[in-house]
Write a protein that binds this ligand. Structure first.
Ligand SMILES: *[C@@H]1O[C@H](CO)[C@@H](O)[C@H](O)[C@H]1NC(C)=O
Ligand SMILES: *[C@@H]1O[C@H](CO)[C@@H](O)[C@H](O)[C@H]1NC(C)=O
Ligand SMILES: *[C@@H]1O[C@H](CO)[C@@H](O)[C@H](O)[C@H]1NC(C)=O
Ligand SMILES: *[C@@H]1O[C@H](CO)[C@@H](O)[C@H](O)[C@H]1NC(C)=O
Ligand SMILES: *[C@@H]1O[C@H](CO)[C@@H](O)[C@H](O)[C@H]1NC(C)=O
Length: 439
């Protein structure tokens, strides 16, 4: 009995020892938790490394309302890190040199009902290099996703998927190295904005089945290749694609059903392939109530394109070209090629006029330069000049010749030693006869 009592005591002591709270990330040397139960990791040393895990020692405390990480060299979010953090509202990462988000690491859906009235989390990444956002890394009830001035090396399929109640997705001044298909998959957001920065290839289904209910904007982005079906988007009220520099834009790159006008403005595109605008269309409800919507092409500069690049869905849209600079030298054949479009769009299409070093309206160029007479104008001028020159030469030749003959033939030397011209000849003869009779 004594022995069993001893063991009981030992077990009780051991149990008490286990009940001692295990250290959480609040106890990590780089991190602390403040009075708002925010977890703040501010790496001040150059080698600061933080791993965020859902359980075990140095887990993220379950009471965390925010996870704020600043200046760390390496940050690693393990799977399911935020799943149990019901108080969480904010995940913020700044100035991090290397971050990885594993699968489901930011999957957060603590509420059984899917109402947008439930609170959501805000995810901010600023001035950081994200090595990877894995498949399904970000899911659930997310209010905002704001990524700025960062580099995203790998964006996996379904990286942002199954989201609910999203208000804003803003991707500003980022460099995207490698984007895989369907990285934004099947959810609704109020606004989607891609602004500034550089993207190599936007693959097919970059946005796949994404409903944007208010604003869809792509602005000032440098894109090397925009693949066919890169944006499978529906419902935006406003669509602006402006001031981008795009190397090549495939046919049907935007498969987008809008609820309002679509503006494609001030873009510089090197190659605009056949049917580049053909995927734009209008939501059926809007079409039946408000009629066709306008597709506006304003002040774009394109080098390689032909009229088929501008084909559009005529049953749902009307096209207004407010400015299209064909970045090729003006030529009369160009007008021939663009005749159909010019008939509808008039003088807003311009071509490069090498002589004057600026763009001129293609119809104006045609009026002043084309047509058989105008095209051959200089030939006529040259031929005319040659004819006049020859005629002048021939006339001068005959005049000179005539004058010379006149001089030779008509000069007569009379006995008195004087030279008389032909007009005086008869008079001289009469006088000579008179002298003869006297003798
Ligand atoms: C981290 O520390 C730096 C320098 O002390 C400070 O500027 C910054 O605001 C801190 N970040 C956070 C999230 O507290
Ligand atoms: C951006 O983050 C890097 C670390 O990745 C840091 O060295 C740099 O100072 C940060 N820049 C600014 C403006 O905070
Ligand atoms: C037009 O786009 C160019 C970039 O191609 C940009 O520099 C310029 O500011 C834009 N102009 C307007 C009026 O947006
Ligand atoms: C038209 O496009 C050219 C070339 O991108 C740009 O320099 C100019 O600022 C644009 N003008 C307007 C009014 O947007
Ligand atoms: C135009 O858009 C409507 C509605 O999206 C679609 O049903 C139709 O097939 C499109 N027309 C053409 C010629 O693609």
């Amino acid at each position: 009995m004594r022995w069993s009592a001893f063991w009981q005591l030992l077990v009780a002591l051991a149990a008490r020892g286990l009940a001692q709270p295990a250290p959480t990330l609040c106890d990590d040397e780089a991190c602390r938790c403040d009075s708002f139960t925010r977890l703040i990791c501010n790496c001040t040393t150059d080698f600061g490394e933080v791993t965020l895990r859902p359980d075990g020692a140095y887990r993220v405390p379950s009471t965390a309302t925010a996870i704020i990480i600043d200046g760390c060299a390496r940050v690693h979010f393990l799977p399911d890190t935020v799943r149990g953090l019901i108080q969480l509202r904010n995940v913020e990462i700044r100035n991090v040199a290397y971050a990885v988000f594993n699968e489901r690491s930011l999957a957060w859906s603590p509420f059984s009902s899917n109402s947008d009235m439930n609170p959501g989390i805000r995810i901010t990444i600023h001035n950081s290099t994200v090595n990877e956002i894995s498949s399904h890394a970000i899911q659930g009830r997310v209010n905002d996703i704001i990524i700025s001035d960062s580099r995203i090396s790998n964006l996996k399929p379904f990286a942002f998927s199954s989201l609910t109640g999203v208000k804003n997705i803003e991707l500003t001044n980022n460099i995207f190295d490698n984007i895989e298909i369907q990285s934004f998959k099947k959810f609704s957001t109020l606004n989607f904005m891609l602004r500034g920065g550089t993207i190599g290839t936007l693959p097919s289904r970059f946005l796949s089945d994404v409903e944007v209910s208010n604003l869809f904007r792509i602005k000032e982005v440098t894109i090397k290749h925009l693949s066919s079906l890169a944006f499978l988007v529906n419902s935006p009220k406003k669509v602006f694609i402006e001031s981008n520099v795009i190397d090549s834009m495939d046919g049907d790159g935007f498969h987008l059903a809008s609820r309002g006008p679509i503006t494609f403005r001030n873009n510089t595109v090197k190659t605009l392939r056949k049917g580049a605008f053909f995927g734009f269309t209008v939501d059926m409800d809007v079409l039946s109530t408000l009629g066709r919507q306008e597709l506006v092409l304003d002040n774009n500069t394109v080098m390689y394109l032909n009229p088929t690049s501008l084909t559009f869905n005529r049953t749902t849209l009307t096209l207004r070209v407010d400015g299209l600079n064909l970045n090729v030298e003006c030529a009369c054949e160009l007008a021939e090629e663009w005749r159909e479009v010019l008939k509808e769009q008039g003088g807003s299409i311009t071509c490069w006029y090498e002589l004057e070093n600026h763009y001129v309206s293609l119809p104006t160029y045609v009026d002043s330069r084309c047509g058989t007479f105008k095209q051959n104008f200089w030939i006529y001028v040259v031929v005319g000049v040659i004819i006049i020159a020859v005629a002048a030469a021939v006339s001068i030749f005959f005049i000179v010749k005539h004058e010379n003959e006149k001089k030779k033939k008509l000069q007569i030397v009379m006995p008195d030693g004087k030279t008389y011209r032909e007009t005086e000849f008869h008079i001289v003869v009469e006088r000579a006869e008179l002298l003869t009779t006297d003798l």
